[in-house]
Design a protein around this ligand. Structure first.
Ligand SMILES: Cc1cc2nc3c(=O)[nH]c(=O)nc-3n(C[C@H](O)[C@H](O)[C@H](O)COP(=O)(O)OP(=O)(O)OC[C@H]3O[C@@H](n4cnc5c(N)ncnc54)[C@H](O)[C@@H]3O)c2cc1C
Length: 523
């Protein structure tokens, strides 16, 4: 294997939709090093099922997509960011198709699905429920054909390098345990999500919040961390991963049933099963609480739908559930909510700039304000595309000469030694604290306790030079950022629900939370 370079023009950390799209754009301006901590095929992008939203159908308009996005975000969407998303989205998707992405069609026409809180059928999908994989495939092929881009898999970025307060490169732990410093004109964080902070998540193992933790340690502003979207419907079976059961199932007419097999959503919201995700997740949490059993569950029911249509439209879901002995065309699927998507992240402007010179961010790791307090389904792949391209264009315009980095950056968690068992047990403790106290329903007293407990745990973080210990430290760092922000927001809005402050407080909190160092403010 060739050695990692000590210098390049642009570093892109992450090879999901945002990192790939950005790399394609950057390749016209210089050498791009695109790093992934596992295979390039292992990212949240690869697991995206439902699809990608854009106003491309004849009966749709970008204005309607904008309205739906703003409504879902519950008063916190940055309207300019959302306008850019919906206006640039259709062009970015057409570009994807030119680059070989094959979306599902009905005859010659693109098939658009309807999802919760969308006023029109506007979600493009591929191979039924493998949209992310298809987009990732086509984007990777496009990027890999460009000679300026080098992909490096299994290279774990541990820290950002700083010089005079500006980001000038990254530190990377390679597969052999060697640390490398790579300098560049600009670094784009596209490290994706943080679902692994919770014990129940739809996210793959790579989603450990590394980008947020690294940016925070380097001094960047982190915004809206309290807004974590819990997907209402993840498969809930002992010893099975929390496999996502896409919103599109409810879009196609699936019902939610409680333990008495009664539909319950109509009593919680006028849109019933198509209500916004936070409403559905809280309704399920309430139904679970009523059962007062540790293994409580509710069910997703597709048995009244056309079986052949279900098998064709959701082949991955159908075969995955069948592997767990559930035929979704005839049997009820046990489900519970699971951590799914981070609306917050490294704060950026509309061009992908963070608060640190030389550092840019795009995709799920970034907080552009596009999702506000709650993401509209299928808007996140779109965000990765639109803002991945925008951040890359800004980087091209602002490129400075590559500098060599100094060796010192302040890291809150220092590496030392710790066994694999200790690391796993540490991670389980953090995940379980987060799930119990910073999950679908929160309250001030337990948030205060959890902040204290996580702060204590963080000081005892299992310390070894290894990758898993560093991920564990990032999980704890990111969990603490979520808990601190959730404690500071004394209201309920979007995906953040406080039993002690059940109402929205626009006068005080129609603002974004910003964490920088030890302070949490609202701006
Ligand atoms: C099960 C599931 C279903 C979903 N369905 C949909 C959907 O239907 N529609 C929709 O719009 N959204 C959906 N989402 C959300 C969407 O998939 C993500 O928000 C989006 O793909 C994020 O893309 P990204 O490029 O920002 O990050 P990712 O795709 O997660 O890519 C992150 C990349 O960063 C790399 N990385 C991370 N940390 C490091 C590190 N320390 N060093 C080096 N590399 C690192 C990873 O290896 C990976 O390559 C779904 C998510 C999940 C989990």
């Amino acid at each position: 294997m060739t050695k990692l370079p000590s210098q390049t023009d642009f570093i892109v950390v992450g090879a999901g939709i945002a990192g790939l799209r950005a790399s394609v754009e950057l390749a016209s301006a210089g050498r791009v090093l695109c790093l992934a901590k596992r295979e390039v095929t292992e990212s949240n992008t690869q697991y995206a099922q439902g699809g990608i939203a854009a106003a491309l159908s004849d009966d749709d308009e970008v204005g309607l997509h904008l309205e739906d996005t703003i409504k879902a975000g519950d008063g916190l969407v940055d309207e300019e960011a959302a306008r850019i998303l919906v206006e640039e989205g259709p062009h970015r998707i057409e570009e994807l198709m030119e680059w070989g992405t094959e979306f599902d069609r009905t005859g010659a026409a693109i098939a658009f699905a309807r999802e919760g809180a969308h006023s029109r059928s506007r979600v493009l999908h591929a191979h039924g429920d493998s949209t992310g994989r298809e987009i990732g495939r086509a984007l990777y092929l496009k990027a890999a054909a460009l000679k300026n881009i080098s992909f490096r898999e299994f290279e774990f970025t541990t820290e950002l390098l700083l010089e005079d307060g500006e980001v000038c490169g990254v530190r990377v732990l390679d597969q052999d345990g060697q640390i490398h410093q790579i300098c560049a004109s600009a670094v784009l964080l596209a490290t994706g999500g943080l679902g692994q902070v919770y014990s129940n998540t739809t996210n793959p193992a790579v989603a450990t919040g590394d980008g947020v933790a690294m940016a925070y340690r380097a001094g960047a502003e982190i915004s809206d961390m309290e807004f974590v979207q819990f997907h209402p419907t993840a498969l809930y079976l002992k010893n099975a991963p929390r496999f996502l059961l896409s919103e599109a199932l409810r879009g196609e007419g699936a019902y939610l049933r409680n333990i008495e097999l009664k539909r319950f959503m109509p009593k919680y919201h006028e849109l019933a099963e198509l209500a916004p995700r936070d409403v559905v997740a809280r309704a399920i949490a309430h139904e679970l609480e009523i059962q007062r059993r540790p293994d409580a569950t509710v069910y997703l029911d597709l048995s009244h739908l056309n079986a052949e249509k279900v098998r064709n439209r959701f082949p991955t879901i159908y075969t995955t559930c069948l592997r767990h002995n559930i035929d979704i065309t005839t049997e009820l699927i046990p489900i519970r909510p699971a951590a799914h998507y981070a609306m917050g992240g490294v704060r950026t402007d509309l061009e992908g700039r963070t608060s640190l010179e030389g550092l840019y961010a795009a995709g799920e790791v970034a907080c552009t304000g596009v999702h506000g307090a709650n993401r509209l389904a299928s808007n996140s792949l779109l965000e990765g595309l639109v803002y991945g391209a925008r951040a890359a264009r800004t980087i091209c315009d602002e490129a400075v000469p590559v500098r060599s980095g100094s060796d010192s950056i302040s890291a809150r968690v220092q590496p030392a030694n710790g066994s694999t068992g200790e690391v796993e047990s540490f991670v389980r403790q953090v995940q379980s604290l987060m799930w119990q106290h910073v999950g679908v329903v929160r309250d001030g007293n337990s948030l205060r306790q959890v902040v204290a407990e996580l702060t204590r745990l963080q000081q005892q973080a299992p310390k070894s030079g290894g990758r898993s210990a560093r991920e564990a430290a990032n999980i704890a760092e990111t969990g603490l950022l979520i808990a601190r922000s959730a404690l500071a927001r004394e209201e309920s809005r979007g995906a953040h629900y406080r039993v002690d402050f059940p109402l929205k407080n626009d006068a005080k909190f129609r603002k974004h939370s910003v964490v920088c160092g030890d302070s949490v403010s609202f701006e």
